[in-house]
Design a protein around this ligand. Sequence first.
Ligand code: SAH
Length: 223
Amino acid sequence: MHYKMKLAEDNYRHKGLRQQMVNQLRADGFTDERVLAAINEVPRHIFLDSSFVEYAYSDQPFSIGSGQTISQPSTVALQTSLLSVESGKKVLEVGTGSGYQACVLAAMGAKVFSIERQRNLYFRTKEILEQLPYRVKTFLGDGYEGLPNWKPFDRIIITAGAPFIPPKLVEQLKAGGIMVIPMDDGKGGQTMVKITKQSDGSLAREEFGSFKFVPMLTGTAND
Ligand code: SAH
């Protein structure tokens, strides 16, 4: 028997909490109104276990099972802003996790292709995404490999801590394209790095502060 999970409702209380969260992000200095509008639209509580609904709209990361976390809203806001998403852009995400970041990108009009290495998370999130009105194509696989059958991408966003810039992802990024990647800093955290691929193939690099992500691992896993 195929079991379809039922999504939590999105009521006025949730919408109010979401508006407050967006106001807080604005007060904290986020100025990209297109990103804030997408965050205001996507019901973040739906991506968390129901026991966390009360906390869905505070600026915290949360467990989503399989030892993984949904990134905190301010991190989603920053990564999304750095990505300069426009309607119709093809975006590759590494680390589908809960699916929340993917939906924020899709709410901005991006065509999102998202890879997850953990089987349980992949299936759980696929089922949630099928019930939401966002265009996100999900894949079970290893983000280090990218999606050679769907390349090239205008944008690539990595949502796990990377030990190096995966060469296959650079190859799958269009000239002029942007990759946002949290790079291991050798001290247990990551530095947010924005990479722009120049027309001659060289990479321009800018840094945007310290973060703490779960690690980007290789292969796929069954837990
Ligand atoms: N973007 C997610 C946050 C995910 S946390 C969200 O919005 O909820 C990071 C995710 O990256 C985890 O689910 C982890 O399993 C996944 N991950 C780690 N290494 C990976 C790899 N090599 N390929 C694909 N996914 C990976």
